[in-house]
Design a protein around this ligand. Structure first.
Ligand SMILES: CC(C)(COP(=O)(O)OP(=O)(O)OC[C@H]1O[C@@H](n2cnc3c(N)ncnc32)[C@H](O)[C@@H]1OP(=O)(O)O)[C@@H](O)C(=O)NCCC(=O)NCCS
Length: 443
């Protein structure tokens, strides 16, 4: 990537950085993801997310590793269909192997998260991960005469204790295990742990990492977004196909259950493609499939929480001289003047209205649409809304000062006018250095 491309990418991603800050993401990593050669990169990307103040929980599985341990010990693994899935029957020997394997994987992940060597992507970062007894489990018991022994199901998740870890900036690391109040250890499906944890924490996202780069439609095209209802249809079809050992089906079921439990965005992202997770989270086009109800775009008055988002989308333009420089403090002071367009927590557009009551005029300024969302009449909507506000306040005209966007305003019905027509208070602030054009519109 050349420097210019890099700068463009960084600018494009900055609103997403802001939107993800302090949000809770649960990452669901199957044993297959841990075994993948790309896993080291995934862990570095996880560390990067943590350094951007994303509150992360990692839930990992160990199915292929446990199968391998059974094989090495010369034990035949036994499975039994239960509910919608095939479950392992974990006997006394089995649970010993499960404990060893899960312990090893935990150490492997912790070691990777500790990588801070010069030359590694996370040089000098300090990421702390920790395990804990946050999941209370109970035995599945004897079903249709089959004793599932140490295979369990979840009773509850201690969300308060998990939140305490997140508040301290620690990444909780949960394996496919749960503990009973009597001190027993149970083997759980990691997908169920992830769903339960995401639901209990009211997580903003549940992200499943799978071999697939996302879901495909019937003609083989990747689906970047789908609703929970569409996912459900896909799950029904997949279940009918009855693919043996269908790991993806388990993950999709978990994503659907999490969306039903109130997790607004669930994602399926490849664990095999380097950077797929970051691409999904920091670019508009993403890399995998996002499951959410239809996006809800809102035009509303700005409030203090939007200051960072407004700074993110306006600063590059101010640096390039397209907009007047406004410091964070100034935007904070003038936040009541701003209207924003918000999409899923992301400020994707803004505009401000400055009244000059004595002249019955109002200035429209700082009209910006985030570059990924331009060309869909958003700025037109913003400006139209401000004009309506101005009209309601009894103003007879709106005006703009612009250096490079006069044609766009002309298309919105603005006409070039003279500096003298500006309210005196505004005229005195006109900068000869900027030499902005003045346009106005009669309301
Ligand atoms: C100008 C801007 C706000 C338009 O946002 P937007 O949401 O894409 O606006 P709309 O969808 O309503 O209009 C898009 C149209 O305006 C055109 N347009 C964009 N910038 C333009 C400019 N500087 N001059 C003339 N036309 C322009 C686009 O090409 C597009 O035309 P098309 O539909 O024929 O393809 C956006 O490009 C932006 O943020 N620019 C940088 C900030 C800026 O200049 N702000 C104005 C100064 S206050």
């Amino acid at each position: 990537m050349d420097t210019l491309q890099y700068v463009k990418w960084l600018r494009g991603s900055s609103p997403y950085i802001n939107a993800h800050r302090d949000r809770t993401f649960v990452l669901m990593l199957g044993g297959e993801a841990i075994a993948d050669p790309n896993f080291e990169n995934i862990v570095h990307d996880i560390a990067l997310l943590a350094s951007l103040d994303v509150r992360l929980v990692i839930v990992f599985g160990a199915r292929p590793q446990i199968d391998e341990a059974y094989r090495s010990a010369g034990i035949e693994a036994r499975y039994q269909p239960q509910g919608r899935h095939l479950l392992r029957i974990t006997d006394d020997t089995g649970i010993r192997l499960v404990r060893q394997v899960v312990g090893d994987l935990r150490i492997q992940i912790e070691a990777l998260l500790s990588t801070g060597l010069p030359g590694s992507p996370m040089h000098a970062s300090r990421i702390t991960a920790t395990g804990g007894n946050w999941v209370t489990a109970k035995p599945l018991g004897v079903i249709d005469g089959i004793d599932f022994c140490h295979t369990g199901e979840i009773r509850r998740v201690d969300a308060v204790a998990l939140r305490r870890q997140l508040d301290a900036g620690v990444i909780p690391l949960l394996g496919p295990m749960g503990y009973s109040p009597s001190g027993e250890v149970f083997n759980l499906a990691y997908e169920e742990v992830a769903t339960a944890v995401a639901g209990a924490l009211r997580a903003d996202k549940l992200i499943a990492l799978d071999e697939e780069p996302g879901l495909l439609d019937e003609s083989g095209h990747s689906i970047s977004e789908m609703t929970p209802r569409e996912l459900e249809t896909m799950i029904v079809r997949r279940r009918e196909a009855d693919i043996p050992g269908d790991e993806l089906l388990r993950q999709l079921t978990a994503l659907l259950e999490a969306s039903r439990a109130g997790v607004r965005r669930c994602h399926l992202v490849s664990h095999a493609i380097d950077g797929a997770l970051l691409q999904e989270l920091f670019t508009r086009e993403g890399s995998g499939t996002q499951i959410s109800e239809h996006s809800y775009e809102q035009l509303r008055p700005a409030h203090r929480d939007d200051v960072a988002g407004i700074v993110e989308i306006t600063r590059p333009l101010a640096d390039a001289g397209v907009l007047v420089q406004r410091s964070r403090e100034l935007i904070e002071r003038e936040i009541d003047r701003f209207t924003v367009l918000e999409l899923d927590g992301l400020v994707i557009g803004c505009a401000a209205l400055y009244p000059y009551s004595e002249d019955q005029a109002a200035e429209i300024a700082c009209v910006v649409t985030h570059v990924d969302f331009q060309g869909a009449d958003r700025a037109e909507k913003l400006v139209g809304h401000l004009e309506q506000l101005a009209r309601r306040e009894g103003f007879t005209r709106t005006f703009v000062l612009t250096t490079r966007t006069s044609h766009w305003f002309v298309e919105q019905g603005y006409r070039p006018t003279t500096l003298e027509s500006l309210p005196a208070a505004r005229r005195s602030l006109w900068s000869p250095a900027r030499n902005s054009k003045v346009l106005s519109k009669t309301l």
